[in-house]
Design a protein around this ligand. Structure first.
Ligand SMILES: Nc1nc2c(c(=O)[nH]1)N[C@H]1C(S)=C(S)[C@@H](COP(=O)(O)O)O[C@H]1N2
Ligand SMILES: [Mo]
Length: 234
């Protein structure tokens, strides 16, 4: 729990079994990349619950309690829940749904701007993919023609650009982002698209329409970026 914030203290809970399971790697963090946590990220101390939506990783921590039932705080009970398409702000009953925990498989293109203009030729795309609950990334598909055809991206571990090797001993992709890279020749204006697949075979949904929910959470649909290709004849 964190004490002073608008709307009452920010608090949340996770199952005791998860909090005490070494494999779940739940930590209390006071540093990030060797530096003290900055204020925005929760200085002096925050919880990190890997594989679970950010809302459970309480920042500016003031206390930890072992409680019999799930936390009853606002952000656990009346936010960050996913509702079916029939639910609207008139008929919502927050008690019918459980608080969101694991996040779904997702991927993001990071090397392109929202608007891009390039010359015809080779284009290289970098990004990251991650899935919740400790489910690693099986592969990342990238399309250079708006989702008609796909190629598998090359995966890298950390920023070393060492190609990823799938083996039983590598647990590096269990909680962390998997970095990926793909390249192709583009000759005309197109949309570049990514979708990731996790080790359970879960795939990102094609568009937000099919996962629409009142609170607007977990929009993990395919990431699309439009690329304008200049006509060399002008
Ligand atoms: N005390 C406190 N902790 C909090 C929050 C908050 O509002 N107050 N927001 C949560 C939510 S919803 C998210 S997504 C993450 C964001 O963490 P970041 O700012 O380090 O990315 O913090 C979580 N921890
Ligand atoms: Mo959040």
């Amino acid at each position: 729990m964190c004490k002073e914030e608008k709307g009452g203290p920010y608090k949340s809970s996770i199952p005791l079994l998860q909090a005490t399971n070494l494999d779940a790697e739940v930590i209390l963090a006071y540093e990030m990349n060797g530096q003290p946590l900055n204020r925005d990220h929760g200085y002096p101390l925050r919880v990190i619950v890997p594989g679970v939506i950010g809302a459970r990783s309480v920042k500016w921590l003031s206390s930890i309690n072992i409680i019999e039932n799930e936390c009853q705080g606002f952000f656990t009970q009346r936010d960050y829940k996913m509702f079916p398409p029939t639910v609207n702000w008139e008929n919502i009953d927050w008690s019918t749904r459980r608080p969101q925990m694991d996040f779904p498989v997702q991927s993001v293109i990071c090397s392109l701007e929202e608007e891009n203009t390039v010359e015809p030729g080779k284009i290289v795309v970098h990004g990251y993919a991650v899935s919740g609950g400790g489910r690693g990334i099986e592969r990342v598909d990238v399309s250079f023609d708006g989702g008609k055809t796909w190629e598998e991206a090359i995966r890298y571990q950390k920023s070393t650009e060492v190609p990823y090797v799938a083996d039983d001993t590598s647990s590096g992709d269990k909680w962390a982002w998997v970095l990926f890279k793909a390249e192709a020749d583009v000759s005309h204006t197109t949309e570049i698209v990514t979708k990731a697949v996790d080790i359970a075979g879960n795939v990102q949904p094609e568009n937000v329409g099919v996962i629409w929910n009142l609170r607007g959470i977990l929009n993990t649909s395919w990431h699309r970026v439009r690329v304008e290709v200049e006509d060399p004849n002008f």
